[in-house]
Design a binder for this molecule. Sequence first.
Ligand code: UT7
Length: 334
Amino acid sequence: MQKIHAAITAVGGYVPDYKLTNAELETLVDTTNDWIVTRTGILERRILKGEGKGSSDMAVMAVQNLLAKRGIDPTEIELLICATTTPDMQFPATANVICDKAGLTKAWGYDVNAACSGFIYSLNIGAQFIETGKHGKVIVVGVDKMSSIINYEDRTTAIIFGDGAGAVLLEPNHEGNGIIDAILRTDGSGRVHLHQKAGGSVKPATEETVKNKEHYVYQEGQAVFKFAVTNMAEVAAEIMERNHLTADDVAWLTPHQANKRIINATADRMGLPLDKVMINIERYGNTTNGTLPLCLWEWENRLKKGDNIILAAFGGGFTWGATYVKWAYDAEAR
Ligand code: UT7
């Protein structure tokens, strides 16, 4: 009997309307459009505006977009996994809030926090529930309101991050399409280079921590860059090799959108031309957990059944990984 694969069978996405351009950033911090474009490839990012709006609001839009495309009732969903680094609250999980707001009344859900690799981790976690036959419809959503933890006086991080959400539906596939293989890694010693200093159990929030701006993203850019460029490229190449895929066999690389130079290095290591690489960093910046599903959302109509796609990510933790997906449908034919 053919193995049950977990296949992505629909994609949804959402980005807020407000565009934070390089020109606006020039008025906030000591930077230039030229520096940002040359060093990162980013032209603008989206920012979620509005009192009381959080990650769940963007995630709900992405989930509803996905459900509407397929005409699926929210009560058909059995599990929702939310990958996020900027949950609505420390607890309860943002997944619970999304299920409530989107009417997923028959689902259970939880959050996964693996920084920029959260979506790739969650995709593989969700896949287990499909492959074992436990569930038939699982949603994995990647979302971040990075603007809620960015110090817009810090030029090294303010220029990179943006807000957005993407969601995929996982269903069983009996034709050999879906998630074929994954390599997932973690190295906690890397936490010193990228983290949030206060607000957790080690250093709860106080007046002092707020005054010292310890609730924002702390990143040693160069160190993170060095690890990202090596590890993301290595793992992407490794998954190709162990699945006997040549560059010609790979239809698309879906890379985490942290820096255009990291994306280029990964494509280069895989021997892929850039026209096989999903890149939207210039318009959205780094949306952390949103990057991979937002790429799939934007490219969905160009993907063909049977396409070999490699997803790759690297993020805080350190966390990183690659996943080999055999695409399961032609969106255009639907
Ligand atoms: O997604 C999660 C994982 N995160 C990443 O993968 C991010 C990885 N890191 C990066 O993408 C890059 O390191 C950054 C984009 C953050 C920084 O780029 P860089 O090429 O590594 O710059 P740098 O930190 O080496 O700084 C070079 C120079 C420095 O000036 P001096 O010391 O050479 O005079 C910085 O002070 O550029 C300066 N600089 C800036 N100048 C203008 C740093 N940020 C800016 C800025 N505008 N925004």
